[in-house]
Design a protein around this ligand. Structure first.
Ligand SMILES: Cc1ncc(COP(=O)(O)O)c(C=O)c1O
Length: 382
């Protein structure tokens, strides 16, 4: 009785089935190698933790943070976007702190759309997008992400009558780990401007890039009609801190601030200070974690190739997206793998229909555990 149509429309998750499979494996005494959760297992930089510790001793941080109190984080975010992507933003009108990118997206959709509007949504995608879209009451126009196109959408294939209010993109991508070029974002932004569509780019993996590769920002294509969501969850291993920021189109940011003003009070000031400090760290400190994920990639991918799996080495993100040989039901495969071998993966189907046949490995264990996981998968019975 006490569930709204909006609440009922939020899709359930297949991850509960994976949890049950892990519990059964644990019950049988198997040690679990959990590669199913995309949460960084690394520590935030010590300086960042120290800033937070200090802040908790300062009574001035205990009150509700007002918009004016968010200035240090807004300034740090604007300085980071300038330094990293060459993008100039007004920290007062074009940047807003978030309680994580996920919170930001859900509220941004409420702020810039009306129920019944259409959204272009990639398939596969980060599953909470579907919940945010359901809460906002939007119609989904699916953008298939296919391996033959490097998991980039074909905007020319969008029907002329789709009339999308929003195009939602995410590169480096979860779950496929695909990356996009600056010219892809230029084209996407141009496509959106021609149609009066807002381009939202979810960018939590901006700094989890490997070797010489550096991920571009959609804001390099201009800020009008573009909003980008940044997070410190992955890049600075601060997932539990719940902090990020939105940047871009001033009207969209103002609408987001209005909606958020009815709902929350910005992150705790100490977390804002810690995040501001993290964004200003020199590359060798701020990006140290990326090297750890790269080393894990370099352990996992050759091991998978060694057992005949088809998988591209990711240039960024904390995932590998692999087609499972001779498997059409990725959920049944992932449940079987967890139960038989203790290796927990995310079934591709959990990310959308186009994810079927794939599994996602999260690079959240050390190299030897990743090699051990592949060994166990190779020995799995049908
Ligand atoms: C694509 C994508 N967006 C957003 C998030 C969540 O970010 P945050 O912790 O800032 O809410 C994740 C986390 O896995 C993600 O993969």
């Amino acid at each position: 009785m006490w569930s709204s149509r909006r609440a009922a429309a939020v899709p359930g998750s297949v991850f509960s089935l994976m949890d049950a499979a892990k519990s059964r494996a644990r019950g049988r005494g198997l040690d679990i190698i959990d590669l199913s959760i995309g949460s960084s297992d690394l520590q935030p930089p010590e300086l960042v933790l120290e800033a937070l510790r200090q802040a908790t001793h300062d009574p001035a941080t205990y009150r509700y943070p007002l918009f004016s109190d968010t200035q240090p984080l807004r300034d740090a975010a604007a300085a980071y976007l300038k330094r990293r992507f060459g993008v100039t933003l007004n920290a007062d009108t074009e940047v807003l702190p978030l309680i994580g990118a996920q919170e930001g997206l859900a509220h941004l959709l409420l702020a810039v759309t009306d129920p019944g509007d259409s959204i272009l949504l990639p398939d596969p995608c980060y599953p909470p997008y579907l919940g945010a879209v359901a809460v906002a009451g939007l119609n989904i126009v699916t953008l298939p992400l296919l391996p033959e196109r490097g998991f980039l959408p074909d905007l020319n294939a969008v029907p002329d009558d789709a009339n999308p209010r929003v195009l939602l993109l995410n590169y480096p991508n979860n779950p496929t780990s695909a990356v996009a070029t600056p010219s892809f974002f230029q084209q996407a932004a141009q496509w959106c401007r021609e149609r009066g569509t807002l381009l939202i780019h979810d960018h939590p993996y901006a700094e989890l890039t490997f070797g010489d590769y550096r991920a571009p920002s959609a804001l390099e294509a201009g800020t009008a009609g573009v909003v980008e969501l940044h997070s410190l969850s992955k890049t600075h291993h601060m997932g539990g801190f719940r902090v990020g920021f939105a940047a871009g189109d001033a009207q969209a940011i103002a609408a987001l601030a209005r909606v958020k003003g009815a709902i929350d009070f910005h992150p705790y000031l100490g977390i804002q200070y810690a995040a501001a400090l993290a964004l200003g760290l020199p590359d060798e400190v701020g990006r140290a974690g990326a090297g750890v994920f790269q080393a894990r990639r370099d352990a996992l991918i050759p091991a998978l190739h060694g057992i005949g799996w088809e998988v591209q080495p990711p240039q960024a993100s904390m995932y590998a997206w692999a087609r499972v040989p001779n498997v059409t039901d990725s959920l049944a495969y992932a449940v079987r793998a967890a139960e038989q071998t203790g290796v927990a993966l995310s079934p591709g189907r959990a990310f959308g229909e186009r994810g079927e046949g794939f599994v996602r490995f999260a690079l959240v264990q050390p190299p030897e555990q990743l090699r051990e996981a592949v060994k166990r998968l190779a020995e799995m019975k049908e």
